[in-house]
Write a protein that binds this ligand. Sequence first.
Ligand code: ZN
Length: 190
Amino acid sequence: MKFCPECGIALTETSFQGRGEAVLCGNGHLSYAPGPKILVAAFVNCGDKLLWMKRGNQPRAGHWAIPAGFMESGETLREAVARELWEETCIRLPAEAFTPYMIGSISFISEVYIGLRATVDSEDCACGEEAMDVGFFLEDDIDWDEVAYPSANAAVKTAYREARDKHFGVYHGNFTGQSDQFDLVWQPEP
Ligand SMILES: [Zn+2]
């Protein structure tokens, strides 16, 4: 930030408070620098298949990914993921259909990654504005080297296994750009 978002006057070195997250301009306006963004992803299974979308927008246009997008102000997590699912794949599910699957950090791009899951009994879907193609696929159908975000592969493969086993846990992921981790946090007794 170089200028006050409220009144537009130039900020000085002394405007920055703490570690630079907040600024106080000479006119007394307090503003906050943009912090980490919250990315919500919809892991939707129909039987043993998972829902994928072929990205129409950059980054990674033309590559397949799990439907996801940024949470907007005023939304709950479930509302955000239901909206993204609708916008990208034309599948309309109520917010209550989603349950937590994973939380994670993508520290190299300052994003919080929250995956929620839902089960559907129909493969009905269609391309939303941001998708080139959408569909439900078996794990064996996926070319794992060609997906949009290979660092998410462990999370996606785990979602496939859980859909087959019908045994659903909660996971934590750390995606640092150098070493990725994806670990089980909790699972009910089988
Ligand atoms: Zn100001």
